[in-house]
Design a protein around this ligand. Structure first.
Ligand code: NAP
Length: 533
């Protein structure tokens, strides 16, 4: 039997990749990590734009697998900034000596399954090749950036920046005329900081988003100690919750709450901050009436934050229900539009015609800029995988098959692609949950399957077609029962022209997903075909 150079290759050194590499080594597996970046960090390595910070609280957005680790790392703010999270992931890599397993600056170009030997042959863009029994894709959900196809885009002679591929080090915006295209979470975080120093900021907005203040604060010793005392309980709630965090909706259903109670609940969830607003009442993203109440509350808050009625109207979302696109978590975003040097261009009324050498021309005319910042998002959930030429059994190609909606089993396994394990793939809770914990769950699940196969001297595990179809349909049915499907979001592929539409993450909840996935394992990997070379 041909022996592989490695038991597994892990692609990616973000939360999921690092976890898997560290734990593969602990099990005595020969693991190789391949990472396109020059360092660990994944999303937190690439997205270095000013204002980047997580919208899940620091205490929750960190590994839970090692008690000493979670108690020794002292977060400085309620929501950690990108540099702090990157420092944390570097600390994890040091602490568990994970870097020695990685080759950095290696972008995987292709992977081919060899049916005879039951091995993956992996090749990187630099020409490096290796073989492994298992190929674990920890390539991230939002790691394939997109740039809009605007006529003349490359003719601009000023500086061009992209939030998702931000250069290392500070960019000095002092006295410069800056354009920002895109008002998702990245744009919303970057715009206020850029406006602090730029002489002019023009925000080109195609769709308005819901944004709720982060109410970020320094974690003082008292709050930190309180969090530490409660940590075990907090983690328990997170692991058993729907979204991997300890927060739940108000216990009294909306229909049974009085007007005063409703107001109080919305106010309280507002001040919890950011995405947690969508959790105010159970069913907020399912029931039109509750959602409308949330919308009314939001619009009242917006009126307090934005002075100019036209600007306020332009900043008011019109194309989706509250929470059905990721709510942005901001610090002074809306207030930035009260500043005299900040302009909002509503592209719905005044579309971009072209980018020129000196600026951006909309139907109303040319605005000159020194810098253009693209905060235009990602080919989410599938883009990182379709970017690689992955060939499974009989030459089947993910890139070709995922021209249609991706069929996965538990989000982890794909029919026709034995021993390929996708972490946080389409069909997993991933982006709807706390990715620090989903990454642990996914890594552990992949390693559990690998362990099972070695114990049984099996060399291949492949999802059955019918199992993948049923899982995918189950996910789509769950999403159909909510308001999410109607929103033109990256959750559904709607941000990419020509991408197959359908709700990509698993919306049934983190705990429910774990229970289903564990049941599959406990039943001897029902829905998988396990075999020997
Ligand atoms: P995004 O939410 O997809 O936003 C992209 C923005 O670019 C949208 O406003 C989009 O408008 C606009 N856009 C795209 N193509 C355009 C075009 N041709 N012309 C004009 N505008 C265009 O991307 P993102 O802001 O990078 O965020 C993606 C996800 O990453 C978030 O939803 C979140 O899950 C995660 N994230 C989280 C944080 C955090 O933790 N706080 C921070 C950043 C990102 P349309 O809406 O009209 O398509």
């Amino acid at each position: 039997m041909t022996l592989p150079e490695h038991d597994l290759v892990v692609v990616g050194a973000g939360f999921a990749g690092l976890y898997t590499t560290i734990h593969a080594e602990r099990r005595g597996l020969r693991v190789l990590g391949l990472e396109a970046g020059s360092e660990v960090g994944g999303t937190w390595y690439w997205n270095r734009y000013p204002g980047a910070r997580c919208d899940v609280e620091s205490i929750d957005y960190s590994y839970s697998f090692d008690d000493e680790l979670q108690r020794e790392w002292r977060w400085s703010e309620r929501y950690a900034t990108q540099p702090e999270i990157l420092r944390y992931l570097n600390h994890v890599a040091d602490r568990f000596d994970a870097r020695r397993h990685y080759r950095f600056d290696e972008r995987v170009a292709s992977a081919d399954w060899d049916e005879r030997s039951h091995l993956w042959k992996v090749r990187t863009e630099s020409g490096f090749t290796t073989t492994a029994r298992w190929l674990v894709m920890a390539t991230g959900c939002l790691s394939r950036p997109i740039l809009p196809d605007i006529p003349g885009r490359d003719s601009f002679t000023g500086e061009v920046l992209q939030t998702s591929a931000w250069p290392d080090g500070q960019i000095d915006f002092t006295g410069r005329r800056v354009a920002v295209i895109g008002t998702g979470s990245s744009g919303v975080q970057a715009i206020p900081i850029i406006a602090d120093t730029a002489s002019e900021v023009t925000v080109y907005q195609r769709s308005a988003n819901y944004s709720v203040p982060a109410f970020n604060r320094v974690l003082d010793d008292e709050e930190w100690l309180r969090q530490q005392e409660d940590l075990t309980h907090r983690r328990e709630l997170s692991w058993n919750g729907a979204a991997g965090s300890p927060w739940t909706s108000h216990p009294v259903p909306y229909a049974e709450a009085s007007d005063a109670e409703r107001e109080e609940v919305f106010e309280e969830s507002w001040t919890r901050g950011g995405v947690l607003f969508a959790k105010a009442f159970q069913g907020l993203t399912v029931d039109h009436e509750i959602n409308e109440a949330a919308r009314t509350f939001f619009e009242r808050k917006l009126a307090e934050r934005v002075n100019d009625p036209q600007v306020r109207a332009d900043l008011t979302p019109t194309d989706h229900a509250v929470g059905t696109k990721r709510i942005c978590t901001d610090t002074h975003y809306y207030e930035t539009f009260n500043l005299p040097h900040v302009e909002l261009v509503n592209l719905r009324r005044d579309p971009i015609v072209e980018v020129t050498g000196s600026g951006i021309r909309t139907e109303s005319g040319l605005r000159e800029h020194d810098v253009i910042v693209y905060a235009t998002g990602f080919d989410a959930m599938t883009g990182a995988l379709t970017a690689i030429d992955i060939r499974g059994r009989d030459g089947r190609s993910i890139r070709e098959e995922w021209r249609g909606f991706p069929q996965t089993y538990l989000g982890v396994a794909l029919p026709g692609f034995p021993n390929l394990l996708v972490l946080n793939g389409p069909g997993t809770p991933s982006v709807l949950s706390n990715m620090a914990l989903t990454s642990e769950q996914q890594g552990a699940y992949a390693l559990r399957l690998i362990d099972h196969c070695s114990a049984e001297q099996l060399t291949s595990a492949e999802a059955r077609q019918d199992a993948a179809e049923a899982w995918t349909q189950h996910g789509l049915d769950l999403a159909d029962a909510t308001l999410f499907g109607d929103a033109p979001s990256w959750y559904t592929g709607a941000n990419i022209e020509g991408k197959a539409r359908g709700f990509l993450p698993y919306i049934g909840g983190f705990r429910a997903y774990i229970d289903r996935a564990d049941a599959v394992a406990e039943e001897g990997y029902r829905g998988f075909v396990l075999s020997r070379a």
